[in-house]
Structures are given as C-alpha cells and as structure tokens.
Design a protein around this ligand. Structure first.
Ligand code: C5P
Length: 227
C-alpha cells in the first residue's frame, strides 16, 4: 500500500555485481522515475576519506566528515547518472580498486549509516523513485510498494565487475575480483546495522543466466501487476 500523498517507491537490493544498478536505472528510465544509487553515496564518502587521508577505522572522524559533505545524485533520466561530491563530478572515480576495497569498511559504521539513511529517506520522500542498495527494502524504505532482491552466482558477478573495470581502463584478474566481491559480501552481510538481507516481501530474481533487458521486463511486469 502506498503511503498517502506520495508516488510509488521501488527498491532493488542484493550482493555486489548482481546487476542491481543497471536494471534499477533502466527500470527507472522506463517508468520515468528517479534512479537513486545508494551505494554511490557510500562510495563518495569512502573516496573523500581516502583523499583526505582519514583513518578508515575511525567512526567518529568519518561521521564528522560526512556531516560536512554534500553528495548529489544527478540524473536526467537517461544513461548513467552522475555523482557530485562537494560540488565536483566524481562519477568516474567511484569504482576504482581503492574505493572498492574501502567502501564496506566505511559503510559498516552505525553513525555513517544513520546519516546516509536519513538522506536517502529524504530523497525518496516524494516517491516515483527506484533506489538500489543493500538495506533499502529492509530498513531504509520498508514501506516501498515493490521490492526486489537480485542475486547471481559469484562467477557471473565477478565477470560483470571485470567487464565494468575493463571499460574503465583497468585490467583486473577475475579470481582476485571474485575474492574481493566475496569479501565485500561477507562484510555487508555480517554487519549489525543495515546488513545485506532479502526483505521478506521482496521478489527474488537470480540473474545469473539472464540478459539485462529480460530482468527489466520481468520487473516491469511485476510493477504492472502489483503497483
Ligand atoms: O552497490 P555498490 O556495490 O556500489 O555499493 C558499494 C558498497 O556500499 C557496498 O559493498 C556496501 O558496503 C555499501 N552499501 C551499503 N548500503 C547500501 C548500499 C551500498 O552498505 N544501501
């Protein structure tokens, strides 16, 4: 049931590399909704902490840093939205191996999550959004109208990340990437606040052998039936 006075809200959660951001963005495009990539917000904070030489194990320093940080997710409804950190476009800096290796540490702290969740809820307040992440359906937007949980085999997920990184000019090793993803999933699922978990009312889709457009079509079909 939709909360009175707001547009529909769709959530897409799942482990790293399950295809969430691609399908969530395409679904938002097809619905004419805003796509909100919550992971990009944690990545932007991790990037800023790395740039400022902040100790990534220091929760209060990270929380203070976040308070004086603006993160804007800017999309025109077509293609990859851009991410602005303190007024600067950092979109291309968010998926480097350094940020990948630090982001789950930064995202594990309750004080950081509290502030991020507050911002994410504010962004979704008016509805007509598709938000992807780890804890969106379970914690950030538990009253969402439609929830998905996307997963895929570790190998498929590592391959997708490999392709993403090659496109950015990196040359990672598939096995190392698989290990990095497994490690990040373990940290994301084990944390006490906002762990990676399928919401009870989320629709599970295994994307291992599915083309992106088929996943999007399937999600839109659920949307038509249920929202
Ligand atoms: O989705 P993406 O892989 O870009 O997310 C990067 C990291 O940000 C995740 O591995 C996780 O540690 C963190 N994250 C989170 N909660 C979210 C979205 C992302 O903790 N809602």
């Amino acid at each position: 049931m939709k909360a009175v006075g707001r547009g529909p809200v769709v959530t897409v959660d799942g482990p790293a590399g399950a295809g969430k951001s691609t399908v969530a963005r395409k679904m938002a495009e097809r619905l004419g909704f805003l796509y909100l990539d919550s992971g990009a917000m944690y990545r932007a904070l991790a990037l800023k902490a790395l740039q400022h030489g902040i100790d990534l194990r220091d929760e209060s320093q990270l929380a203070d840093l976040l308070k004086s940080t603006t993160i804007d997710l800017i999309g025109n409804g077509q293609g990859q939205p851009s991410v602005w950190l303190d007024g600067e476009d950092v979109t291309t800096l968010l998926r480097t191996p350094e940020v990948n290796a630090s982001v789950s540490l930064v995202a594990g702290f309750p004080l950081v999550r509290e502030e991020m969740v507050r911002r994410q809820r504010a962004m979704a307040r008016e509805g007509r959004v598709v938000m992807d992440g780890r804890d969106i359906g379970t914690y950030v937007l538990p009253d969402a109208d439609l929830k998905f949980y996307l997963t895929a085999s570790l190998e498929a997920r590592a391959r997708r990340r490999l392709n993403d990184l090659v496109a950015l000019g990196f040359h990672p090793n598939l096995e190392t990437l698989g290990e990095e993803i497994r490690h990040r999933d373990t940290l994301d699922a084990a944390r006490e606040v906002g762990p990676l978990r399928q919401a009870e009312d989320a629709i599970l889709i295994d994307t291992t052998d599915m083309e992106v457009d088929r996943v999007v079509d399937m999600m839109l079909e659920y949307y038509r039936q249920r929202v």
